[in-house]
Write a protein that binds this ligand. Structure first.
Ligand code: TYD
Ligand code: MG
Length: 446
């Protein structure tokens, strides 16, 4: 084996023969570093091929983690010998979630928990608040790859939890822990080892807001399942999504709230989001949303400021798509004879949720118009529909789920795209072709 130097982009993982100032793959500046790599010369081995049809399709054994929302996103539990990456920004609750999973799994399985981020005593202190601590959960403080493999040989656990993959390093690889080379090589070694032995691995991986940090990106190809944990660190709903799942759908999402006893599932997201609603105020309307397959109803609030002579009016959005808001206002200007050029506009989705799908356009438009005209829309009115550049209201996916959820939170009137043919008992439909129709309906009714 000989060693040579190779340049690797720390942002996207692209490899190139020598250092350059800007990565040709991802166009990031200053992200390329030179790292030594080992080169081996391979010879062909004798192998046996098997017919595809000869394999048992039901051979994968699923182990429920014991956390219902996590199991739903996984498609029923973790598959034996698979690698699951839990990615998210610092502080979102990854360590808490994997620790809760480790404690729950420890009731019936041997678990090895690699504590690379925090001392085991700290993890123990945190675990105390999360639930009973089974004897079958054992910790390893040393995140060096050789130590981890040694622990697996000795303990032969069925579950390995590593918090985080960025702390894991192979002391035989000269680059620093957390570098793309370390993350990729250690990830690949662990994946191979786990698959061979039927050990299920849960990896925590940090990503920054830009999703740029070494690790999760290069790991995505290597692991079987990528779960993304998102949410507002200052409270509000935290959402677990499947970005990739070799064993199930990526359409399921889990909603959590961070409490003193750790992450608690929010079963009824709409009730949670609407709990403190005032209702019957100008500038507020409900939006019927879906995230993956999961419907929820949230409140969209808008505040349109008084006329001002400021040269640049403000456009502030929280929880809705900030890029779509100016576009929507331009459409309302052109097609609904309402001008915002001399007014500040603030829009938010209440409850720390993201209602960023285009399907929220109609609710945002109604909230903005309701604030501008100082017309209160009754609190049992809900809306969904995408608004195109000509002001037309377009149909969106999941209308049936949206409307069923709206009905279940007590909505009585729904503004929907004209082509939406669904009828639901107790829910009056206002089918609108155009934002102008929506504005007219608002004035006629209230
Ligand atoms: P943490 O799981 O450490 O986030 P990550 O591993 O993604 O960086 O937890 C995030 C925050 O949650 C942390 O600031 C402390 C808080 N927290 C609670 O509010 N309640 C709890 O029971 C726990 C364990 C943490
Ligand atoms: Mg952590």
């Amino acid at each position: 084996m000989k060693t040579r130097v190779q340049a690797t982009c720390q942002s996207c993982g692209a490899r190139m023969p020598r250092w350059v100032g800007r990565c040709p793959e991802c166009s990031e500046w200053g992200s390329v570093v030179e790292e030594p790599t080992q080169v081996t010369s391979r010879v062909a081995r004798d192998v046996t091929l098997e017919e595809l049809g000869s394999h048992d399709p039901d051979a994968s054994v699923r182990t429920p983690t014991g956390i219902e929302e996590v199991d739903r996103v996984l498609g029923g539990g973790v598959v034996r010998g698979s690698i699951v990456l839990l990615a998210g920004e610092p502080g979102v609750g990854k360590s808490t979630l994997v620790l809760q999973a480790a404690l729950a799994l420890g009731a019936a399985h041997d678990v090895v928990l690699v504590c690379g981020e925090e001392a085991p005593a700290q993890v123990r202190a945190r675990a105390t608040r999360l639930g009973p601590i089974p004897d079958a959960v054992r910790t390893l403080q040393d995140p060096e790859l050789g130590a981890i493999l040694g622990a697996l040989d000795a303990a032969e656990p069925s579950i390995l939890v590593i918090d985080s993959i960025q702390t894991v390093f192979d002391s035989e690889i000269p680059s620093a822990p957390g570098s793309v080379t370390q993350v990729r090589e250690c990830g690949a070694r662990l994946a191979r080892y786990a698959r061979d032995r039927g050990i299920t691995v849960l990896l925590v991986g940090h990503v920054t807001k830009e999703g740029a940090v070494a690790g999760p990106r290069v790991l995505e190809h290597l692991v079987d399942v990528v779960l993304q944990f998102d949410g507002d660190r200052s409270g509000g709903v935290r959402i677990l999504r499947g970005l990739k799942n070799r064993f199930g759908s990526t359409q399921e999402v889990g909603f959590f709230e961070m409490t003193n006893e750790g992450l608690v599932a929010i079963r009824d997201a709409s009730a949670y989001l609407l709990a403190d609603r005032c209702g019957n105020q100008p500038g507020s309307v409900l939006a019927a949303c879906v995230d993956g397959r999961r419907p929820f109803v949230c409140e969209i609030q808008a505040l349109v400021g008084e006329r001002s002579t400021a040269s640049m009016p403000r456009r502030t959005s929280i929880g809705v798509d900030g890029a779509r808001l100016p576009q929507l206002l331009a459409v309302l200007h052109r097609h609904a004879e309402t001008s915002f050029h001399d007014r500040d506009v603030y829009v938010s989705a209440v409850g720390g949720i993201r209602a960023a799908e285009p399907a929220c356009d109609l609710a945002i438009a109604l909230a903005v118009l309701s604030s501008l005209h100082n017309v209160a829309i009754p609190s049992d009115v809900v809306a969904f529909g995408e608004i195109g550049l000509s002001g037309e209201v377009r149909q969106v996916v999941g209308s049936d789920r949206r409307l069923a959820e709206a009905r279940s939170v007590g909505s009585k009137l729904a503004f929907v795209p004209h082509s939406c043919a669904i009828e639901i008992d107790g829910l009056e439909m206002v089918r609108v072709r155009h934002v102008r129709d929506a504005l007219e309906q608002m004035h006629d009714r209230w």
